[in-house]
Write a protein that binds this ligand. Sequence first.
Ligand code: B12
Ligand code: SF4
Ligand code: SF4
Length: 342
Amino acid sequence: MPQPTKKTTNVESYEFWSRPDHYPYFSRHVVIGMDKSIGELLADLRGRGYQARLVSIDRVALLHKQLDGLRKKGLFDDAFFQERLAWFRFQAPESLPRAQSVIVAAIPRPQTRAIFTLNGDRRALIVPPTYTSYDGVQEQFENVIAEILGRKGFSFARTMLPLKQLAVRSGLGQYGRNNICYVSGMGSFLQLVAVYSDLRCEEDGWREPVMMENCEGCELCRRACPTGAISSDRFLLRGERCIVFHNEKKGDVPFPDWMAASWHNCVVGCMHCQRVCPLNKDFIGWFGEEEEFSEEETALLLEGVPHDKVPATMLRKLERLSLVEDLDRLPRNLGVFFKETW
Ligand code: B12
Ligand code: SF4
Ligand code: SF4
């Protein structure tokens, strides 16, 4: 394994992953000779607050190759891979066999907040960016794409691809040391979305994966991660150690013994490694919806109230935060915050 040539870049293979200096942090990548339709598409998306890139369909095989390479090196925990990464599909979509390109976009997303009270103990907990309206945001993007492409007689299809790798290699964003993708003007507060299209892409800004220059000499996220998921001996996240992997599991799966109750910090998900990041300082105070659950409502959630027994007003609060599908997880996930009183 080649050794990193820079002190703070502890990665498996620095030569291969090296950060090209001609890509200054958050520079706008300009594709020379970009097709007019593509230019108009990207400009239209930008006007709606999205940032997007287009890559040739041929790049999809490279996404596969990269993931497979890491797997063959034994860098993934088997159970983690099967549960979280085995569902990707790298073949051309059946509904669009003549797909020519992939459009990948970043959409700014705020955190939301849920406040719970039990026996006078009031806890304001965060629901991280992307959890609220995850599917809604993807659908909204598809509607926008349908409208823009439809005007020009083009079509699109859904993808089942690894989106961070796609976003970073397309030039849309860069990796933070915390393994999260950062995009200019959004920090890491964003949702990634992608679709196949039959828009032809002759040239794109494909590149090797890059870590942000700001991460060199910074270890704040690594030190803030209580589980060791961000480690100093490799860049790739140890997904099986990440709190998120565990608190997104079905509610009847208990947290592992090694996971201290004090490490939990969100209703679902985790914000430690994004909260401390200096590049999120403009976004960390950004909140969307906020809902407060009464003592009675909190007790119902901790008891594991089934969907059909949730009172209507409480259901609306859960819907606004997109927590209805988490009902079975809430007794476990919230229980750790009310250990003394529950
Ligand atoms: C599986 C998954 C998870 C897993 C694993 C996370 C992970 N880092 O892989 C778990 C459940 C832990 C998880 C957690 C979270 N997730 Co998640 N998750 C996904 C999912 C489904 C796939 C991600 C994936 O491909 N992982 C596989 C790894 C191998 O890919 P990768 O991280 O890009 O790794 C590459 C680099 O490590 C690179 N590499 C290897 N060595 C080196 C060395 C150097 C120097 C460099 C630069 C690169 C490099 O090679 C790898 C392969 O290409 C995507 C949705 C999707 N369809 O893609 C959402 C997604 C990645 N998740 C998302 C979010 C928001 C989160 C959380 C922030 C949620 C939260 N707040 O709780 C956390 C973040 C945890 C973290 N620190 O990474 C967003 C990320 C948005 C963003 N800004 O990046 C996504 C894209 C969903 C979305 N549609 O927006 N997630
Ligand atoms: S805290 Fe932010 S800037 Fe620092 S290493 Fe982590 S991702 Fe990079
Ligand atoms: S999301 Fe939490 S557990 Fe996962 S890497 Fe970040 S700080 Fe660590």
